[in-house]
Design a binder for this molecule. Structure first.
Ligand SMILES: Nc1nc2c(c(=O)[nH]1)N[C@H]1C(S)=C(S)[C@@H](COP(=O)(O)O)O[C@H]1N2
Ligand SMILES: [Mo]
Length: 197
């Protein structure tokens, strides 16, 4: 937390299950941390791992939860360095509570919520695309990128969403890149977003 001044960032959060919310997060750009490390040119991706404490988390098994643990996520290096990608330590003016991902989590507002990995204990640079929990578990639904995209259905239609506490049974149209396209679309120039979902 001493690396940079803490900022409040008000972002839309879109879960792949069809709900959305606006959250005032607190943190600083992930790039601030990554720039301290000076990776070699071989570093193409950044891999993240969540805490797994079997004593405190006895139900964190593939049998009980349907996914493998520890929870893993990853970004391409340019996505990780993007100024919108937040290393987050708080929300609503408070320190992150455990269930929201204490002590530190990611917030990547143009991707489905599950990319915003919570309770990070390990960050690595890699040369090859790292495995991620959901793409390993259900590859037909979850690719590596998982950018919010109303035109690519997954286990459910993704063209609309319910804003918690606002839509009350109605729906709001989902926007490509969760509405952050003017800032991030250039990261994916030339990439077929249907194939690279
Ligand atoms: N370690 C870990 N990170 C995680 C998850 C998880 O199960 N474990 N769930 C993801 C999903 S599906 C979403 S929508 C967001 C939810 O963040 P919240 O709990 O702050 O609402 O966290 C993401 N990060
Ligand atoms: Mo989610």
């Amino acid at each position: 937390m001493k690396l940079a001044p803490l900022e409040e960032r008000i972002y839309r959060h879109r879960c792949v299950e069809g709900w959305s919310i606006v959250v005032p997060w607190i943190g600083f750009p992930l790039s601030t941390l990554l720039k301290q490390v000076d990776p070699t040119p071989k570093a193409k991706y950044v891999a993240f791992q969540s805490d797994l404490d079997r004593k405190q988390m006895p139900l964190a098994t593939a049998l009980r939860a349907g996914i493998d643990f520890p929870y893993l996520e990853a970004l391409r290096l340019d996505e990780a360095m993007h100024p919108l990608t937040l290393l987050c330590v708080g929300l609503y003016g408070e320190v992150l509570p455990n269930q929201s991902g204490a002590p530190v989590r990611l917030v990547i507002p143009w991707k489905y919520g599950f990319k915003s990995i919570k309770s990070i204990v390990r960050i690595r640079f890699t040369e090859k695309q790292p495995p991620t929990t959901w793409s390993r578990s259900v590859p037909s639904d979850y690719g590596f990128y998982c950018n919010v995209n109303p035109d690519v259905a997954r286990h459910r239609d993704q063209s609309k969403e319910q804003r918690i506490g606002v839509d009350r049974g109605n729906y709001t149209a989902t926007r490509l890149f969760n509405g952050y396209g003017d800032q991030v679309a250039n990261l994916y120039a030339g990439l077929d977003l249907r194939k690279n979902y």
